[in-house]
Design a protein around this ligand. Structure first.
Ligand code: FEO
Ligand code: CA
Ligand code: CA
Ligand code: CA
Length: 645
């Protein structure tokens, strides 16, 4: 569980929209899903009905073309849980550490050495790797699988390790904290089998909580985005709480601003909480001071002084890693939520569809469909595709379906033409208030939507719903009250068309724990959960080029109670055709495993270990008495083969 000063488990959604769990329960009751085998005709039928070709969507670059589907996708031997302060990977594989927090990107000047005792100042941190590695993507240079740009998010910070005294109590501290956030672009190269940073590369770049970036799209320039420092409403400072990521087929990185609310508070606590408007409450801004304490050092983080500054966060930001001088762009047309990640599909006519989850208990799933059409290699055409299009929010129904899917669903357009949004005069107002607008439309509240992934061949869509442990309803229609384990659902767009307005959905796995006796059998999970693969709180999610589904967890690592025999957070791999799930990797103490990207040959896998030792009990990766450090882990197969085989 991340100790990230946010309460994703606590809903801010006060709408009366029917919860997805109710929909699932009706479907489960109707079809007895949980008691069917997980390896059967239904699963195979789900995949075979999908769209062929079109590519895109998987977490791999488009070339080279994937080989024909392997009948035995999972070729590795699953491993046991781990509880020690080290990483474990399947037999025949090697995991090594790259670019931990504080690693210098330049050989001279500020930050060119790692002190190891948190004594760096803000200027040094701005030239070193940030903290809390999260979403990640490998951009090949000239198509190479041994040299590229590794781009990753730094979601938040661990002040207990970032500062010698463990707290922000000076302007430089606040700025160091801002500089440990954001994104890193790192030139890496493999030499003699070992991946290293190319120090001083002109590609190396830190983007922080203070880097100027352009607001673009339908909300750009609107009065709600204007501040004292920026009367135009078009230039924001920084990106914060960058959680999951996406990438585009035209070679850019998408970084997703999640729990931005934790940075905005007020030093005026005379009447705490009394003056926040509906938007500030729905997005969870604090009525008083924050743990981050930015509001004490920068007026823009005090919402009573700068009420619109927070409106400039909560967006998806597009970054061109190949142009170090380029200004990142906040793409407002994709909506303002607590963005987890962004996964694309391409329609037959070239329109680009971006799927997105809003990670909070009882929040929603969205997709954006571009108006323009992607043209391979046409940079001028593709550059600003994400500025114009239509945002939709999902409604899941349990309605009858004529196949083995569990229910139907619809995508509801979030435009001023929608009568449900008559209260909004402009698209900009809908976008800044995305959550409130979706409330008014009857969108389906979900159990904390985390990462979305699109199958590279079928374009079917999977999403992790990490958990919703705070839900206390106890009626018969809610068998997974206190949903402590989470689930993965998937859907198939009508006609295999990502732009379709309707879909059919299915449960891929209900996580659970068959190793412990529980009064409620539903807590044991679906049939594809076993004592060998049990896990909780699926979060990171992505496909490789061959269609293996990689599942990462950010859950309870106590290894006791409901979580007994689940160990540290981990990464598993699933075959979407059979629903089989196998454990591939286990992280160190008190970490989360997150973010994944492959080289084009699929022979190197990059993942991130975030916040090892968040509870004070890790020294990973160095060991001894060293500070624990978030880091990238590079996984290769000892025989040089494809990851997962
Ligand atoms: Fe930053 Fe929803 O995980
Ligand atoms: Ca301090
Ligand atoms: Ca996450
Ligand atoms: Ca999470």
């Amino acid at each position: 569980m991340t100790l990230d000063f946010d309460s994703e488990d606590l809903p801010t959604n006060t709408s009366q929209n029917e919860h997805f769990q109710n929909v699932v329960n009706r479907a489960v009751n109707r079809r007895g899903f949980l008691f069917k085998t997980g390896v059967g005709a239904a699963a195979v039928a789900f995949l075979s009905a999908g769209l062929a070709g079109c590519g895109g969507g998987g977490d791999a670059d488009p070339t080279p073309a994937p080989p024909a589907a392997d009948p035995d996708l999972l070729g590795f031997t699953g491993i046991a849980i781990g509880t020690d302060d080290s990483v474990h990977v399947a037999p025949g594989y090697t995991a090594s550490v790259l670019a931990p927090w504080g690693t210098p990107l330049f050989s001279s000047g500020a930050g060119s050495t790692w002190a190891g005792d948190a004594s760096e100042d803000a200027a040094a941190q701005a030239r070193q790797m940030g903290d809390n590695h999260d979403g990640i993507h490998y951009f090949a240079l000239a198509g190479r699988s041994d040299e590229g740009l590794l781009v990753m998010n730094h979601e938040y910070t661990n002040p207990q390790y970032l500062f010698t005294d463990g707290v922000v109590n000076s302007l430089d501290d606040a700025n160091k904290d801002l500089n440990a956030h954001g994104v890193s672009v790192v030139h890496i190269r493999r030499t003699a089998g070992v991946w290293n940073i190319v120090l001083d590369s002109t590609y190396n770049r830190r983007i922080t909580g203070d880097t100027p970036m352009q607001l673009t799209g339908a909300a750009a320039g609107h009065a709600l985005l204007q501040t004292t420092a920026d009367a135009t409403g078009t230039v924001a400072l920084g990106t914060l709480n960058n959680c999951g990521n996406g990438f585009t087929p035209w070679g850019t990185y998408l970084t997703c601003e999640e729990n931005f609310n934790q940075y905005f508070g007020t030093t005026n606590t005379a009447v705490p909480g009394m003056t926040r408007n509906a938007n500030q409450l729905r997005y969870g801004l604090a009525g008083a001071g924050t743990s981050r304490k930015y509001e004490q050092y920068h007026d823009r983080f005090d919402w009573q002084k700068e009420p619109n500054e927070a409106n400039r966060f909560g967006w998806i930001v597009e970054i061109d890693p190949f142009d170090p001088a380029s200004m990142p762009k906040k793409r407002t047309s994709l909506g303002r939520i607590k963005h987890e990640n962004a996964a694309y599909a391409i329609a037959a006519d070239g329109r680009v569809v971006v799927y997105m989850g809003d990670d909070q208990a009882n929040d929603y799933i969205y997709k954006f469909v571009t108006a323009g059409h992607y043209i391979e290699g046409d940079t001028a055409n593709n550059r600003d595709l994400l500025d114009t299009g239509t945002l939709y929010v999902a409604k899941f129904n349990a309605g009858a379906v004529a196949n083995d899917m569990m229910g139907t669903g619809e995508w509801m357009p979030m435009t001023t033409a929608n009568p449900a949004l008559a209260a909004y005069a402009t698209q900009a107002e809908i976008l800044v208030n995305t959550r409130l607008a979706a409330d008014a439309m009857g969108a389906t509240p979900m159990d904390r939507p985390e990462w979305v992934a699109v199958h590279p061949q079928t374009q079917e869509v999977y999403v992790t719903l990490t958990n919703n442990s705070g839900r206390s309803t106890t009626d018969d229609a809610n068998p997974r009250t206190a949903n402590v384990y989470g689930q993965i659902i998937r859907w198939r767009e009508t006609g295999g068309d990502p732009t379709a307005l309707t879909f059919e959905w299915d449960l891929f796995v209900l996580a659970g724990n068959p190793t412990i006796a529980q009064a409620n059998p539903l807590n044991k999970g679906s049939a594809n959960v076993t004592s060998d693969n049990t896990f909780n709180s699926p979060d990171g999610l992505g496909f490789d080029r061959d269609g293996r589904l990689w599942i990462q967890t950010d859950g309870n690592y106590s290894n006791t109670g409901n979580y007994a025999n689940q160990g540290n957070n981990q990464m598993l791999c699933a075959d979407p055709r059979t629903k089989e799930i196998r454990r591939f990797f286990v992280g160190p103490v008190e970490c989360e495993v997150t973010g994944l990207s492959f080289t084009p040959d699929s022979k190197t896998l990059f993942i991130n270990i975030q916040h090892p030792g968040e509870g004070g009990n890790s020294h990973w990766p160095e060991g001894g008495a060293a500070l624990p450090r978030s880091a990238t882990v590079v996984i290769t197969k000892d025989d040089g083969g494809v990851i997962g085989t």
